[in-house]
Design a protein around this ligand. Structure first.
Ligand SMILES: Cc1cc2nc3c(=O)[nH]c(=O)nc-3n(C[C@H](O)[C@H](O)[C@H](O)COP(=O)(O)OP(=O)(O)OC[C@H]3O[C@@H](n4cnc5c(N)ncnc54)[C@H](O)[C@@H]3O)c2cc1C
Length: 480
């Protein structure tokens, strides 16, 4: 584009890839008033399909991006939990807490909904393939690689770090069963571990389910070049519950192979290029976290780009914030996946399981979130607060230091509580501003008075949540 001064003006922000990450970034930036061009390759007709499960925690990020209505209107199956045979024969029916519901959706269908929403927000969408040459020639102020595992830019040598111990291939077929599926709740994701891998199934409506097996490509018959449909059926036959379930169902389409091996990036920011969503890192599907992670990554990238463009002095801080967030998100989800594999490994001794407990190769820093081992200490602190005739709380040993954080749609510096366990600093726990809580606590002898004072100064919070956070502050020694 040529300006009236005859000079090249920068292109708008350029986003490659119209999956969850690209759409989240594009819509957020467009709503913040930026010109955004999104180039995405359309899915080929009759190509591989994949249904995914999005837990209820996805609701918050749908809201943040502004797509809740569009996702609701799409009519995806709403799920109330999981049914698992994990590491043994016992069936566990696990409803989501407090009756919450998640979503079961084909990634392509969800992406279409998100793309239409981004276009309605003003994003210019081009339906074609994007190349790395085009990226290099682009004069855009920022280029976001959101092309998923394809990683148009993320595949440059030296950028991605594979995890050799966590290689998996998913083989996915679409099955139809007349009269529904004989499980306690047909909206549930079904999961079964078996000797050489694990199987899972996601319903997509009217008696139809995607049924997948997850195998190690080096150890399965795939590596010996056998026909995929034979390998798929043979793997399913090893999982007794799934074998019984598909017994009188019909395989309608597939199977298709999906590489589901984990990887992360050495760096997520390369000058004006950001690696976002699966382009930067991929976590095992076992966590059911990929879509949410991609949406959060897209939103965070958009906030970092917006901050850089509107407050150039904050550019370095904002991009470093995105970089650190991506590292932390991957490390946390990787740890969860390995822990989950370890629970099944108690019931399976085959190499698929024993090889899957690799220690972290990347950084694995603390996030300040609750640890299971904290639970007892928090409960005990809660009881002490409840029984005490009067509180006499004073701040414990910690430092308050400025750290970057997102407020609204910007990266800003804010005062955060820094301890050995939370070097990145902590400001909010369950929505409660702990710095403010610690400031107010010494002046109040009764918990209800402290609660009222907090709500008068800050956005009101739920009393039970407030008391839990107060007990956490005492249990962790921030208040003594
Ligand atoms: C087997 C399997 C099971 C999974 N199960 C779950 C689950 O249960 N729950 C869950 O949350 N997640 C699951 N995931 C992960 C989830 O699908 C991804 O994490 C999520 O889709 C990532 O979003 P993204 O936008 O980063 O990438 P993608 O969804 O991969 O989107 C990338 C986009 O870029 C486009 N593109 C690619 N190359 C180019 C190019 N050259 N030019 C232009 N456009 C291009 C693609 O067409 C696509 O639209 C699963 C993944 C696999 C493989």
């Amino acid at each position: 584009m040529v300006s009236r001064f005859g000079q090249l003006t920068p292109d708008p922000i350029l986003i490659a890839g119209g999956g969850p990450a690209g759409c989240a970034a594009a819509q957020t930036l467009a709503r913040l008033g930026h010109r955004v061009r999104l180039v995405t390759r359309p899915a080929p007709d009759g190509g591989a399909r994949l249904a995914v499960s999005i837990p209820p925690s996805g609701a918050k990020i749908f809201d943040l991006i502004g797509v809740t209505e569009a996702v609701d209107a799409a009519g995806f199956v709403r799920t109330s939990g999981n049914t698992a045979w994990w590491g043994g024969d016992r069936m566990r029916v696990e409803p989501f807490a407090a009756g919450a519901r998640g979503w079961q959706a084909e990634v392509a269908a969800l992406s279409r909904v998100l793309l239409a929403s981004a276009a309605a927000a003003g994003v210019t969408v081009e339906s074609r393939a994007f190349t790395s040459e085009e990226a290099r020639a682009a004069t855009a102020q920022f280029v976001l690689d959101c092309t998923g595992r394809a990683g148009v830019l993320a595949r440059e040598p030296g950028v991605r770090v594979p995890e050799p111990g966590l290689r998996s291939v998913a083989m996915v077929g679409v099955w139809q069963r007349a009269g529904g599926w004989p499980v306690p709740d047909d909206t549930h994701t079904l999961i079964e571990s078996y000797e050489d891998g694990w199987a899972w199934s996601v319903p997509v409506g009217s008696g139809m389910r995607h049924v997948a097996v997850m195998v190690d490509p080096r150890r399965s018959a795939l590596a010996r070049g056998q026909a995929s449909v034979e390998v798929y059926r043979r793997e399913l036959a090893k999982a007794p519950r799934f074998h019984a379930l598909v017994g009188d169902a019909v395989l309608q389409e597939g199977p298709w192979g999906w590489d589901a091996s984990m990887y992360h990036a050495t760096r997520y920011v390369h000058g004006h290029v950001l690696l976002v969503g699966d382009a930067g890192s991929f976590v095992d599907p076992l966590s059911s976290a990929g879509v949410r992670k991609a949406l959060v990554s897209g939103w965070t990238a958009a906030v970092a780009v917006h901050t850089s463009l509107t407050r150039p002095a904050m550019r370095e801080t904002a991009l470093a914030y995105f970089e650190a967030r991506e590292h932390r998100m991957y490390a946390g989800l990787r740890r969860l996946a390995v822990e989950h594999f370890a629970t099944a490994a108690e019931g399976h001794t085959e190499p698929f399981w024993t090889g899957r407990q690799a220690p972290a190769s990347g950084d694995d820093e603390e996030t300040g979130e609750a640890h299971p081992e904290d639970e007892g200490r928090v409960r005990e602190a809660f009881e002490r607060i409840r029984r005490a005739p009067a509180l006499a709380l004073t701040p414990g040993p910690f430092r308050l230091e400025p750290r970057p954080a997102i407020r609204g749609h910007e990266v800003v510096w804010e005062s955060r509580l820094v301890t050995e366990r939370t070097p990145e600093g902590l400001r909010y726990l369950q929505g409660v501003d702990i710095v403010r809580l610690i400031e107010l606590a010494p002046a109040h002898a009764q918990a209800p008075d402290l609660f009222e004072a907090y709500c008068a100064h800050e956005a009101p919070v739920d009393l039970a949540v407030f008391l839990t956070v107060l007990a956490t502050a005492v249990a962790r020694g921030w208040l003594v």
